[in-house]
Design a protein. Structure first.
Ligand code: SF4
Length: 742
C-alpha cells in the first residue's frame, strides 16, 4: 500500500486487482521460463505442432505495442484461426498479453474494407480500383500543376511496415517533393526523438530490454507499462521478483508499478523538469557524479551546474507536491547505483516541457556515466509497433537513416541514391498539426491519410473533424470501413493489414523483426506498399517504384541507411526469422547486431560529445482554475489499442472493456455525490464527453483520468491544441476539466 500526495491511501478495487494479477502472472511466468526458454535447445521445439485446428504456422510479430512480441499466426485452409507466442523469441519468450493472444480476430472482422469507395454526394459508393486511382492521380496532377507540391500532404502511421514507411517517404520527397509529410508517431514519440537528437546528436534509444535484468535501480517516469506494454511490464516485475533492484516510480497517477515501488513520487502534472532538476542538484551537491565520464564525453556541465543549483529539493517539493526527503532519497539511490536504467513513455512525451524533460533524463545518465553498459541508459519505450521504422526509414520528419531535411549534405546524399534532382527534396518538414492547419486555410488541398484514424486520435477532436471535411480531396486508406475518419473521405482505399502482407517492424529496443504474410487480404484490399507504389507509377515516377516485393524495398533501405546509425546492411529477411530479430546497427552479414549504443562514450554529434542541457521549469499553458478545477490525464487501458479500429473488433476485449470510464478520486467524487458506475460528464473548453464514473484512489485528488480509445467518448474531445514547442507533440496529459453529475 502506498500514499497519494495528500497522504490518502491507495486501495485496489476489483478491476485494478485483476490487472495487477495479470501483470504479476506475466512477471512470474517470465521469471520462471527465462532460463529454459533462452536455452538453444528450446529452439527446435519452438514451432507449435500442427493439429486439427491449425494446418500452418506463420512467423510474425505482434501488430500492437512496440514491445514487439514475436508470434506465430496459425491458419487453417488459408483462414486465420489463432496466434501463439514464439517460445524462444528474446523479447517475450512465448508470452503474449490479451491484445496479442486474440489478434487473429482482427483479420476476420466483418467491417474490413474490401472495395474502393468514392463519395458521390452524401454517400460513399463502391468503385473499381481504376476509378479510384484515376480520381486520385488526376486530382494530384491538377493540384501539382496549379499550385505545386505544397498543395499535397500525407499523414501516415507508426503501424505500417518499415518498407511502407519508406515508399511513402520516397513518394512524398523523392517524387512529389512536398514538405507536408508526417504521421501519428508525431502524437507519441516526437519528443523522445527531438530529445535524443539534442542530447546525443541523432535519434535512437541506447538501451534494450535485457538491461532490465542487469539494472539495480530502475526509474519509471510517466510510463504505465503494465497497461500499455504488458509483456514488458511483466519482464520488469520478474526483475523485481528476483530482488536486488530498487524501483522508483514518478507518476501523477498511482499506476500499478507505483504500488510496487520502493520510492513513489506522485508529482503534480507538468512538473517533471523541476523534479529532474532537483535530482541533478542532489547528484552534483553530493558528488554522486562520474567526473571522468563528464570530462571525456559531455559538454555543458558548468551551465547545468549553475542552473540546477537553483533547484534544491525543497523548491522542487513545492512545485511538484512531493516530499523533499523523497526526492533526496531517489537521487541518492540513482546516484549510488551500479547500473541505473530510466524508462519513460507518454507521461513525459506528451507534456508541455516534453523534449527538455527528455534532455534532463539523458542528463541524469550522462552525469553518472550510466549509459552504454549493461543495465544502464535512458530508454524511451515506443508506443506503436513500427514508429521506429517511421523514424529510421524516412516515413516522417526525417530522411532515411536519420538524415535531416535541413542539412544540405543529407539531402544531396538521398537525392543521389534515389536518382532524383537535389532541388526536388524539400528543405523542411511540416508537423502534423500544421498540416491540419494548412488544410483548414486551404493551402493544402489534398490530404492522404494512411493507416490511422485522426478523427479520434488528434487533439481537439471537434476541430480535427471539421478540418477533415474541408479538404478538396481526402483519401483515407484503411483496413476497415467505417471508421471515424473514413466517414469523411472523398475516396476510401481498402488496405491489407497485419497478417496479410510481408515486411519488417522495428521495436522499441531497435530489434528489427519479420512479419510474413499468413493469409490473403479480403475482397479487393491491397497492401499500403502496393497502393503507394501504384500511385507513384501512375504519376510518372515508375523508376522510383520498380519493386517486385517489399524485400526489394528493404534492400534499398539498407543502401540508404549504410554507415548511418540505423545501419541494416547485415540483415536479411531469412536472418531475421532464423535469429529471432536483430538489433541495429548491423553493418555486415556476420555481425550479431548491437544491444547497446554509445558503449565507447562517443556520440553522434560533430565533436562526439553528448550535450548536457540546462532547462528552467515552466508551467503548462492550461492549468486548472475555478471553472475547470481538475487536471485531465489521458492514456491507454490494457484491453484496447488506439482508436478501437482493431481491438474494438475483438469480442473478448470489447466485452471486457465495452466503453470508456473516467477515474475520479473519492475526494472529488464525494462533494458531487458521484458513485462508481454512475454516468458523468467531463467538460473542457473544447468539448464534453459522457462516460461511466469509476471512483478510485488510483488518481490523486485534483485530477481525473480518461482513456483516448473510444470514438465518441475519447479524451480528445477535451484536449486542446497545445504542443511542445520543440517537438510539436500534442500536450495530451495536461488539460483542465470539470465534472458534472448526470
Ligand atoms: Fe503485443 Fe504489446 Fe501485448 Fe506484446 S505486449 S503481445 S507486443 S500488445
Amino acid at each position: 500500500m502506498s500514499a497519494n500526495r495528500d497522504g490518502s491511501v491507495f486501495r485496489l478495487d476489483r478491476r485494478s486487482f485483476l490487472k495487477l494479477s495479470t501483470a504479476t502472472g506475466l512477471g512470474l511466468t517470465f521469471a520462471s521460463s527465462l532460463p529454459v526458454l533462452m536455452a538453444p535447445s528450446a529452439r527446435a521445439a519452438a514451432t507449435p505442432p500442427l493439429d486439427a485446428k491449425v494446418d500452418r504456422w506463420v512467423y510474425s510479430t505482434c501488430q500492437f505495442c512496440a514491445t514487439g512480441c514475436g508470434l506465430y499466426i496459425g491458419t487453417r485452409q488459408g483462414q486465420p484461426v489463432m496466434v501463439r507466442g514464439i517460445p524462444d523469441y528474446p523479447v517475450n519468450q512465448g508470452l503474449l498479453c490479451q491484445k496479442g493472444i486474440f489478434q487473429a480476430e482482427v483479420l476476420r472482422a466483418p467491417e474490413r474494407a474490401k472495395t474502393p469507395l468514392i463519395r458521390r454526394g452524401d454517400r460513399l459508393e463502391p468503385a473499381s480500383w481504376e476509378e479510384a486511382l484515376e480520381l486520385i492521380t488526376a486530382t494530384f496532377r491538377r493540384i501539382l500543376e496549379q499550385q505545386g507540391p505544397t498543395g499535397l500532404a500525407i499523414y501516415g502511421s507508426g503501424q505500417l511496415l518499415q518498407e511502407e514507411s519508406y515508399v511513402i517517404g520516397k513518394f512524398a520527397r523523392g517524387a512529389i517533393g512536398t514538405p507536408h509529410l508526417d504521421g501519428n508517431p508525431r502524437l507519441c514519440m516526437a519528443s523522445a526523438v527531438v530529445g535524443y537528437i539534442r542530447s546525443f546528436g541523432t535519434d535512437g534509444p541506447p538501451s534494450n530490454y535485457e538491461d532490465l535484468d542487469h539494472a539495480d535501480c530502475i526509474m519509471v517516469i510517466g510510463a504505465n507499462l503494465n497497461e500499455a506494454h504488458p509483456v514488458l511490464g511483466g519482464r520488469l516485475m520478474a526483475r523485481l521478483a528476483r530482488g536486488g533492484c530498487t524501483l522508483i516510480t514518478v507518476d501523477p497517477r498511482a499506476v500499478q508499478l507505483a504500488r510496487l515501488s520502493q520510492i513513489y513520487l506522485p508529482i503534480r502534472p507538468g512538473t517533471d523538469v523541476a523534479l529532474l532538476n532537483a535530482i541533478q542538484h542532489v547528484l552534483i551537491r553530493d558528488g554522486l557524479l562520474d567526473n571522468a565520464y563528464i570530462n571525456a564525453h559531455t559538454q555543458g556541465f558548468e551551465e547545468l551546474r549553475a542552473l540546477v543549483d537553483q533547484y534544491p529539493p525543497s523548491r522542487a517539493a513545492e512545485i511538484c507536491g512531493v516530499a523533499a526527503e523523497s526526492i533526496e532519497e531517489a537521487a541518492r539511490i540513482f546516484g549510488r547505483a551500479q547500473a541505473a536504467l530510466t524508462l519513460w513513455t507518454m507521461g513525459i512525451n506528451q507534456t508541455n516541457q516534453a523534449t527538455v524533460a527528455v534532455n534532463q533524463i539523458c542528463n541524469l545518465h550522462l552525469l553518472t556515466g550510466q549509459i552504454g553498459r549493461p543495465g544502464t541508459g535512458p530508454f524511451s519505450i515506443t508506443g506503436q509497433p513500427s514508429s521506429m521504422d517511421f523514424r529510421q526509414a524516412g516515413g516522417g520528419p526525417a530522411l532515411p537513416g536519420y538524415r535531416s531535411l535541413g542539412v544540405e549534405r543529407h539531402r544531396r546524399e538521398v537525392a543521389e541514391l534515389w536518382g532524383v534532382p537535389f532541388e526536388r527534396l524539400p528543405t523542411s518538414t511540416t508537423p502534423a498539426h500544421r498540416i491540419f492547419q494548412g488544410v483548414e486555410t486551404g493551402d493544402i488541398r489534398a490530404l492522404w491519410v494512411i493507416g490511422t484514424n485522426p478523427a479520434v486520435s488528434f487533439p481537439d477532436q471537434g476541430w480535427a473533424r471539421r478540418v477533415l471535411q474541408q479538404a478538396e480531396l481526402l483519401v483515407v486508406q484503411d483496413g476497415y470501413h467505417p471508421t471515424e475518419t473514413t466517414n469523411y473521405a472523398t475516396v476510401v482505399l481498402p488496405a491489407a493489414i497485419w497478417g496479410e502482407k510481408t515486411g519488417t517492424f522495428t521495436n522499441a529496443e531497435r530489434r528489427v523483426n519479420l512479419l510474413r504474410q499468413a493469409v490473403a487480404p479480403p475482397g479487393e484490399a491491397r497492401s499500403d506498399f502496393d497502393i503507394v507504389c501504384e500511385v507513384g507509377r501512375r504519376l510518372g515516377y515508375g523508376d522510383l517504384f520498380a519493386f517486385n516485393s517489399t524485400e526489394d524495398a528493404f534492400e534499398e533501405i539498407k543502401v540508404l541507411n549504410a554507415n548511418r546509425p540505423p545501419d541494416l546492411r547485415g540483415i536479411t529477411y531469412d536472418r531475421l526469422e532464423r535469429e529471432r530479430g536483430i538489433q541495429w546497427p548491423c553493418p555486415a552479414p556476420d555481425h550479431p547486431g548491437t544491444p547497446r549504443l554509445y558503449t565507447d562514450g562517443r556520440f553522434n554529434t560533430e565533436d562526439g560529445r553528448a550535450r548536457l542541457w540546462a532547462v528552467e521549469y515552466a508551467p503548462p499553458p492550461e492549468v486548472p482554475d475555478a471553472e475547470y478545477p481538475l487536471w485531465l490525464n489521458t492514456g491507454r487501458i490494457q484491453e484496447h489499442w488506439h482508436t478501437l479500429t482493431k481491438t474494438g473488433r475483438i469480442a473478448e476485449l470489447a466485452a471486457w472493456a465495452p466503453e470508456a470510464y473516467v477515474e475520479i478520486n473519492p475526494r472529488e467524487a464525494a462533494p458531487l455525490g458521484i458513485n462508481s458506475g454512475e454516468r458523468v460528464a467531463v467538460v473542457s473548453r473544447r468539448g464534453r464527453v459522457e462516460v461511466m464514473a469509476r471512483v478510485t484512489s488510483q488518481v490523486a485528488p485534483g485530477g481525473v483520468f480518461l482513456s483516448f480509445h473510444f470514438g465518441e467518448q475519447t479524451s480528445n474531445a477535451l484536449t486542446g491544441q497545445f504542443f511542445d514547442p520543440l517537438s510539436f507533440e500534442p500536450i495530451y496529459k495536461q488539460s483542465a476539466v470539470r465534472l458534472e453529475r448526470l
